[in-house]
Design a protein around this ligand. Structure first.
Ligand code: 13P
Ligand code: SF4
Length: 327
């Protein structure tokens, strides 16, 4: 991955400094809230005011009274917060924290896809740029995609983007025939069915917990499929003691915290020479960058006003439907 070097992100940290104490001091002084996704490193999850999945992060951003939102996640999560709170300062500790799934859907090409299908309702996964959201009727996350699709009349023609795996999964469980954009996440597509089945032989009692961004073959052998928050909740509720976790391994930090007696085994990627079950974008954020981000109030997310005004509508629709559904 090519990253851009931005001086203040890597500014030297004063020697002997207690990073946790300094971050706490800065967030109080500046009335900042730290939101973190489950794929962040454990130290960032532990210091955050709130840890959640994409839907919960958007819901939290929409209601916070803080002046500054520090989004410890990837760029689209920061953009979603900024779209919802255009008057607040929204920071992401490392501006290079992108998302391969969002990158698989350039706004110009998506616009051609949408224009080529007049009369279709456009549903976009939250893992998209603000410009793609501006072309969308309703945004969804993996927590609410099924319910939002099912809330539309059965004969509604739907375009769904950008994740082909999530789209196929939703089609399979709802019986809909949404037309899919052909995008994917480089982390979730890497999980190896063969290695997961080998693990299952070694741990026959383990449940396989899978994110719907994974390929169909992995989803099909799973015991439970859901968003990061749903996988976490299931791991707490389940009577099983062992779990093979087919999503970014950061979520295991919170799973172990909430169920200290249970065993969580990260599903391996097909190429065992790399840690492909870690999202290299998510892992760009570090405690040092979080500290510098609060100190310098940089890097900041900016969104074109016209795009923000269009993109807030499908996100608001998602939040309203989710609230009605109690999600
Ligand atoms: P969740 O909304 O399930 O947390 O997923 C976010 C994500 O980026 C998955 O790769
Ligand atoms: Fe994007 Fe995949 Fe990383 Fe999630 S895990 S942020 S979908 S690249």
């Amino acid at each position: 991955m090519q990253t851009q070097s931005i001086g203040y992100m890597d500014a030297p940290i004063p020697e002997g400094i207690d990073l946790k104490a300094e971050i706490n001091k800065l967030r109080k002084e500046k009335n900042a809230v730290i939101l973190a996704h489950y794929y962040q490193t454990g130290d960032i999850q532990d210091i955050a005011d709130f840890v959640g999945d994409s839907l919960a992060l958007a819901q939290w951003a929409a209601r916070t009274k803080a002046d500054i939102i520090v989004m410890c996640g990837v760029h689209f999560m920061g953009e979603t917060a900024k779209i919802l709170c255009p008057d607040k300062k929204v920071l992401v500790p490392d501006m290079n924290a992108g998302c391969s799934l969002a990158d698989s859907c350039p706004a110009g090409e998506f616009e051609t896809f949408v224009k080529g299908h007049p009369g279709y309702t456009v549903i976009s996964y939250v893992n998209t740029t603000a410009a793609v959201k501006a072309l969308t009727d309703i945004v969804v996350t993996s927590t609410n995609a099924r319910q939002i699709v099912e809330s539309l009349p059965e004969d509604t023609p739907i375009l769904f983007g950008p994740d082909r795996n999530l789209g196929n999964y939703i089609n399979s469980i709802t019986g809909r025939k949404m037309l899919l954009w052909n995008g994917a996440c480089h982390v979730h597509e890497q999980f190896s069915l063969e290695k997961i089945l080998e693990l299952k032989k070694k741990y026959p009692d383990a449940e396989i917990l899978t994110h719907p961004e994974c390929k169909k073959a992995v989803v099909e052998v799973s015991d439970f499929v859901g968003s990061t928050a749903a996988l976490l909740k299931h791991s707490v509720k389940s009577e099983k003691q062992q779990f093979i976790v087919a999503t970014e391994s950061g979520v295991i930090h919170e799973m172990r915290k909430q169920s200290p007696g249970k065993e969580f085994i990260p599903a391996p990627p097909s190429d065992s020479s790399c840690a492909c079950n870690e999202c290299n974008f998510m892992r760009l954020n570090t405690m040092k960058k979080l500290y510098n981000c609060l100190k310098f109030e940089l890097p900041e997310i900016f969104i074109d006003e016209n795009i923000q005004k269009k993109a807030i509508l499908p996100i608001r629709r998602m939040l309203d439907i989710s609230e009605k559904l109690g999600l």
